[in-house]
Ligand binder design. Structure first.
Ligand code: C2E
Ligand code: MG
Ligand code: MG
Length: 514
C-alpha cells in the first residue's frame, strides 16, 4: 500500500486520542443547551467515524476528510466551545449570558422554569461579608446540582438563580423543595449561614415575548416577595393573571428607560417655608417622569428601579443640570430663592467622580454652590469613605448638605456627626406619628438637633395646626401640602411671583397702617 507508506495511516492512528479526548470533553464539560453545542457534537461524531472508517477501509480520501474535520472541531474547541464563556465561577452554574442565549435561541419552544431569589441579598451579603457569601453561593450551587442534576441551572447575579427545562417537570414541587431547604442553615466549616429565599415558577403559556420581559416579570415577582414581612412564603405561580397585574411596573420601567435616554426627566419644585416668617426660602427638586398612558409617575416607583438598573446616575445628573438651568435663568433669579434642595441616591454617593461632575455643571451654568443643597439619606453612609471624600470636595466649593428622612430606618444621633450637615429633615412618618399620638420624642429630637447647631425641616406638614405646633417646637423650616404640592418649574415660578407680590402688598399695608 503506497499511501500507508506515506504515513497517513500512522497519522490517523496518532490523532485518534485527540478525537477521543474531544468526545470525552464534550460529555464532561458543562455547557448550556445551545445549537452550537449540538453542531460540535455532530462534528466530533463525524470525526471519530471518519477516522475509524479511514483506517478500516484503508481509504486515503476518508483519512484526509478526517484531518479536515478534526481541524474544524479543534477550531470549535478553542473558539466557541470554551465553557468559561457561560460559567459562573462561584456557583458552578451557567451565567446570565448563557440564560439569555438559550432563551433567545429557543424562543418558539415551550419551557418550564423555576426562579429563586435570595431575600434581601445586598443586606445579607453585607452582613456575612463577600467571601463567606460567595462560599454560601457555592454550597447552594452544589446542593442544586445534587438535587436537580438533569436540569440546566443558571445564576443571574445578585442572588438570583433559575432552573430551566424544555420538557415538563413538576415546578411547584421543585420550588417547594428549594424553599424547604432554605429553612435550614448552610454550613461552611465553622460558619453557619441563614439565608431566606423566594421562589417563583412559570411556563411559556404566560406568553412573554422577550428574555428581558421574562427577567423583568420574575424580578418584580421576587421584589414583591422581598417587600413582604413574612419570613417564609409559598412559591409564587407566575401566570397570565399575575403578569397582567405587573403591566404597570413593566410600563414604569420602560417609561424610565425612555425618559433617561431622551433627557425627558421632569423636575418639580415643592416650596420650603420659614416656620416663623412663613416666607418661602427654598424648594425641594423632585423628579417626575411623564408617560402618555400613565401620566406623571411618582419617584417612589421609578427611583428604586433606576437604582437597580444603574440609570440613577444619568437621572441624577439630569435633575441636577435642570435645577442649575432653572437657577441660572435670569427670570428666576429675581424670585428671592435662597436655595434648592436636590436629592442624591446612595448609588450616586458611591460615585468617586460625583464632585467633579457636579462642580463642572454648576460652573457651566454659573450657579453659586451655596444655592445648591444636596439631600442624602442614611443609606448613603454604607460607603462612608467615598462619601466623606466627595462631600469634603464639594463643601470646599460651597455646596451644603442636608440629611433627609431622619426618623425613618435606623437613624441615630452619632451618625449625623460624621458628615457636616447644615440641616436635618425630619421624616414625614416621624412628624405624623407625633400628631397621631403626641409625646416628647419629636420636641426632644428637635431641641437636641438645634443644640448641636443644625437647622430643622419638618416634612409632610398638611394642616395649619401642624404648622403652628411645629413652629412652637422651634422647627426652622416647614414643607408639605399645607403650603403647596410639588409643581412643574414654570408653575413654581408663577407661585413664587404671586407669593412675593402678596408679601409686598402685606408689607405696604402694614407700613400704611403704622
Ligand atoms: P423625599 O426626598 O423625602 O421627598 C419628599 C416627598 O414627600 C415627596 O414625594 C413629596 O411630594 C412628599 N410630600 C411633601 N409634602 C407632603 C405632604 O404634606 N404629605 C404627603 N403625603 N407627602 C408629601 P415624592 O415627590 O413622591 O418623592 C418621593 C421620594 O423620591 C423623595 O422623598 C426622594 O427620596 C425620592 N426622589 C424624588 N426625586 C428624586 C431625585 O431626583 N433623585 C433621587 N435620588 N431621589 C428622588
Ligand atoms: Mg428629599
Ligand atoms: Mg424626605
Amino acid at each position: 500500500m503506497i499511501w500507508l507508506s506515506d504515513g497517513l495511516y500512522e497519522v490517523s492512528l496518532a490523532l485518534l486520542p485527540i478525537q477521543f479526548f474531544l468526545a470525552a470533553f464534550y460529555f464532561h464539560r458543562r455547557y448550556p443547551p445551545l445549537k452550537e453545542s449540538r453542531y460540535f457534537a455532530a462534528v466530533i461524531v463525524l470525526n471519530v467515524c471518519l477516522a475509524l472508517a479511514g483506517i478500516f477501509f484503508e481509504s486515503q480520501v476518508l483519512c484526509i476528510a478526517n484531518y479536515l474535520c478534526l481541524l474544524v472541531s479543534l477550531c470549535m474547541y478553542f473558539g466557541t466551545q470554551n465553557p468559561e464563556r457561560f460559567l459562573e465561577q462561584r456557583t458552578g452554574m451557567f451565567n446570565r449570558h448563557a440564560f439569555e442565549c438559550v432563551m433567545r435561541e429557543n424562543r418558539s419552544r415551550r419551557y418550564w422554569l423555576v426562579s429563586c431569589c435570595l431575600r434581601n441579598y445586598g443586606d445579607v451579603r453585607e452582613l456575612y461579608g463577600a467571601c463567606q457569601m460567595d462560599r454560601c453561593l457555592g454550597l447552594i450551587g452544589d446542593w442544586l446540582q445534587g438535587e436537580f442534576p438533569q436540569l440546566p441551572k443558571f445564576y443571574l447575579r445578585n442572588g438570583r438563580f433559575v432552573l430551566l427545562s424544555f420538557q415538563s417537570f413538576d415546578q411547584e414541587k421543585a420550588a417547594a423543595k428549594i424553599s424547604q431547604r432554605f429553612q435550614e442553615s448552610w454550613q461552611d466549616g465553622e460558619a453557619e449561614m441563614f439565608v431566606g429565599i423566594g421562589c417563583a415558577f412559570m411556563d411559556s403559556s404566560v406568553c412573554l415575548s422577550s428574555v428581558e420581559d421574562i427577567l423583568d416579570v420574575l424580578e418584580l415577582a421576587h421584589r414583591q416577595q422581598d417587600a413582604a414581612v413574612l419570613p417564609t412564603q409559598a412559591p409564587v405561580r407566575v401566570d397570565g393573571q399575575f403578569v397582567d397585574g405587573l403591566h404597570h411596573e413593566i410600563a414604569v420601567k420602560r417609561a424610565l428607560e425612555r425618559a433617561v435616554a431622551t433627557d425627558a426627566v421632569s423636575v418639580f419644585f415643592q416650596p420650603i417655608v420659614d416656620a416663623h416668617t412663613q416666607r418661602v426660602v427654598g424648594a425641594e427638586a423632585l423628579a417626575r417622569i411623564y408617560d402618555e398612558e400613565l401620566g406623571f409617575l411618582s419617584p417612589t416607583e421609578f427611583i428604586p428601579i433606576a437604582e437597580k438598573t444603574g440609570s440613577i446616575t444619568q437621572l441624577g445628573m439630569q435633575v441636577f443640570r435642570k435645577v442649575c438651568a432653572f437657577m441660572s435663568d435670569p427670570r428666576n433669579q429675581s424670585l428671592d430663592l435662597d436655595w434648592v434642595n436636590i436629592n442624591l441616591s446612595p448609588i450616586q454617593c458611591m460615585n468617586p467622580h460625583l464632585a467633579t461632575e457636579f462642580i463642572a455643571i454648576k460652573d457651566r451654568y454659573g450657579v453659586p454652590a451655596r444655592k445648591l443643597h444636596l439631600e442624602i439619606t442614611e443609606e448613603s453612609f454604607i460607603n462612608l469613605n467615598t462619601l466623606q471624600d466627595q462631600i469634603s470636595r464639594m463643601r470646599k466649593e460651597g455646596f451644603n448638605f442636608v440629611l433627609d428622612d431622619y426618623g425613618s430606618g435606623y437613624s441615630n444621633l452619632m451618625m449625623v456627626r460624621q458628615i457636616p450637615f447644615i440641616n436635618i429633615k425630619l421624616d414625614m412618618g416621624f412628624v405624623r406619628a407625633h400628631f397621631q399620638q403626641p409625646n416628647t420624642l419629636l420636641p426632644d429630637t428637635i431641641r437636641a438637633f438645634l443644640e448641636l447647631g443644625f437647622s430643622i425641616t419638618a416634612e409632610g406638614v398638611e394642616t395649619a395646626d401642624m404648622a403652628l405646633a411645629l413652629d412652637k417646637m422651634e422647627t426652622t423650616y416647614l414643607q408639605g401640602f399645607h403650603y403647596a404640592r410639588p409643581m412643574p418649574m414654570e408653575d413654581f415660578h408663577q407661585y413664587m411671583m404671586m407669593r412675593n407680590q402678596q408679601e409686598n402688598a402685606d408689607c405696604t399695608s402694614l407700613a400704611e397702617s403704622v
